[in-house]
Design a protein around this ligand. Sequence first.
Ligand code: ZN
Ligand code: ZN
Length: 122
Amino acid sequence: MKKHEIERLDMLRKQGKKASEIAKTLQISLNTVRSYMRRHPIENDNHRCKNCDRPIYQPSGRKPKFFCSDKCRMTWWNSHREAVNKKAYRTFVCEYCGKEFKAYATDTRKYCSRGCYFKRGA
Ligand SMILES: [Zn+2]
Ligand SMILES: [Zn+2]
């Protein structure tokens, strides 16, 4: 099955459509729809490959998988490493003196320096 077929199939399935209706809508064979649905039960629907968005079959009682394959995992990490690094720093504005300063995006600092931090109440 092609990726766009899978996407539409999943969408229709979430809307509560029956396998026969999905097969007719997508013009693919009922057997294909049925075997897909059997291999990808709806309760596992939220487990999708972070890279290609394909639903991942999750054997119950195992650690959840985030990627359908090693190839997808590598691709995802390679394409996100840069973005993650870029996002690491953010520009903040000091609430005391109004000066801009850079800090980790996850930082909750409100002041550019310890000086402003102590002076803030003055
Ligand atoms: Zn994948
Ligand atoms: Zn400041």
